[in-house]
Design a binder for this molecule. Sequence first.
Ligand code: SF4
Ligand code: SF4
Length: 504
Amino acid sequence: MNNYHNTLSRRDFMKGLGLTTAGLGSLTVASPVFHDLDELSAFKSFETEKRPWWVKERDYLDMTTEVDWDMKKRWPDANYDNFMAHLGPQEALKRIADMTTQRQQNILSDKAGHGLRDYVLGRTGWSTMLALMPLYWSSRELETFDLSPSIPELPVNGTLFLLNNENLNVPKWEGTLEENANMVRSIVRWAGGSTVGFGQIDEKTIKLIFENEASMTPGAPPQQIVFEDVEHPYQTDTKKVIPTKCKYVITTTIREDVDLVRYAPSEINGGTISKAYSQNSSTAVRVNTFLRGIGYNSVASGPAFMVPNVAWAVVTGLGELNRMKSSFTPENGPAIRNTLVFLTDLPLPVTNPIDAGMNRFCYDCGKCAEACPASAINSEREPSWDIVSASDQRGNPVHLNPSLFNNPGHKSWFTNHFACSNYWVESCSMGCGICVSRCVFSKLTPSSIHEVVKGAVATTPVFNSFFVKMDNLFGYNKFSAEDQTDFWDNPDKWQPLSNWKTNY
Ligand code: SF4
Ligand code: SF4
């Protein structure tokens, strides 16, 4: 069955053709936008995931979070700072030294969730991500690996060479948009992603690509992120280059364990978080490698680069924006680590934003803001266009500069990222995650009562306050004393075997 239906408005059509005001001129020169009717005909909404009845599809770029695209600017991510810049080096290093002392005491006293095994677990979660650092952006670096002169398709001496269609002397894969979309959903899930969405780079969404990134080499200048008319992605010391033809966007949610999230704040929850970032990197390398192998380019955001990943989750309908400034999905609430984003030249359709009543629920809830020990989450009922004030004293900064962590241009509950990360340091709880663990949507879809509640939430906001009270009353997110201490003694409870389901 063909799931496409066209949602292109006349305004978007005109903009797609470049028939827009002069202000757009300079941007479209460097941006991949639609050029002809053939390309426009490919621009259709695709219902990718089977959503429950209460998840409503909206029009292209009509998110439940209002965006002022004139105000929105590409984010200079190299400037992002949620700690050091707001304290100065002396005070920042003092707070970090205090945290180090506290950590040692926690380990020596085997504090629940902060003992030696717990701390090492938290770091173990990062291991794969760090190992894959040089590869996750484009994976073309794999081409530098050895090639056996005799049996080229086999790994040699423990290294890897991946064939692609050119090495095999065959044409690249070509399918319809629907075939491509289903193929991508298959490979992304195989590679460790979850729900999948699709988007496109146009004169608005280009603003959701970072302007630059900090270099991995300490002290080196930032790398600018630019589009060029080149065949393949490449990078130099000063720039990361994305081929202009890579205007198709793939998004996928990277989940974290919804049970272990309840260990927040502790190193066990920290390990859940860091393992998910490693999952992100593995998925990035696998999908990039697959797409390259069948004849296309692909660059990935990896764990935290290239794009504001939350924005892309919302734009492509994986979820909605929440009060915590992350995305939450109908399937997993906020128990996702982040959204992995790819830019590719494999033609794909788009998926539209959704409305499951979740963003609207945040107006009447505020549970995460109440639970946050640093008061870092905005507790006002209504979202606002205003970023955090420079006079904000949460976390006791020396000189707060919110423009280093808030990017304006959308109506939201802006978070004080400094107060958040300062709590991580002062409480020695890297990753914290109390807010995620307390969210009323941090429960899985198959739990039937929550399905009923979610259906009501999507239909009317009238019962929202009541549902928050019920959530508190039942204590869904509370943890027993036994739960706090038996992670290492009860593998069947916390690490149940999975993937044993078969279709045969
Ligand atoms: S991670 Fe912790 S400190 Fe940061 S916003 Fe959430 S609850 Fe607050
Ligand atoms: S806890 Fe409530 S206010 Fe916070 S993100 Fe979840 S639903 Fe929204």
